[in-house]
Design a protein. Structure first.
Length: 187
């Protein structure tokens, strides 16, 4: 039994709810390319990310869990646990790899920041305590990031939840919001 805090009769139902975030980094190569389009059309669509030889990005992945503080530990989750899951499920599969070829969770999709973020959500959700995963934010560069709140979130989830996504975030376009288990990667 957790010891009641002095001066507080707080039950677990009233425990504060917090967002807690862990950040990891990985460097990976990719090429954005739709085989059904010409090279010129791909270049117009994806810009330099369509270059034939591929190129690299220094990705930053931030994973936010939202949950009640456990009165026994004073924590939402042990961050060591979250870090271990992120390292095993994402970093080990992506760091110094080719996102078009290597990570099993990106098979069959065009590795845009949007699709990588959705893929990260899916592998992390399976390994984290149920219901805690709140947001996956993936930076493809210091000025470009995407936020994903899960398939069940409203399509413009960034607006009511935090406002952070409104500040320069590139949101998942409506057509890419995953309703199926394996989106085929067309933006
Ligand atoms: Zn790129």
């Amino acid at each position: 039994m957790p010891r009641p805090a002095p001066g507080s009769a707080r039950s677990n139902d009233a425990a504060p709810v917090l967002d807690i975030t862990r950040r990891v980094e990985f460097a990976a190569a990719h090429r954005l390319h739709r085989p059904d389009l010409s090279d010129a059309a791909n270049a117009r669509l994806y810009g330099p990310c369509a270059h034939k030889g591929g190129h690299g990005h220094n990705y930053v992945l931030e994973v936010t869990l939202r949950g009640q503080v456990d009165p026994a530990t004073g924590m939402v989750i042990d961050l060591k646990e979250l870090k271990a899951v992120m390292e095993r499920e994402v970093v080990a599969k992506c760091d110094h790899r080719n996102l078009n070829l290597d990570p099993d969770f990106l098979r069959g999709v065009i590795p845009t920041a949007e699709n990588v973020a959705v893929g990260c959500w899916r592998v992390l959700e399976r390994r984290l305590p149920a219901g805690l995963l709140h947001r996956v934010r993936l930076y493809e560069s210091p000025r470009k990031f995407v936020d994903f709140y899960g398939a069940s979130a409203p399509r413009n989830a960034g607006v009511p939840l935090a406002g952070a996504a409104a500040n320069g975030a590139v949101r998942t376009p409506p057509g890419a919001t995953p309703q199926s288990r394996r989106p085929r990667g067309v933006r």
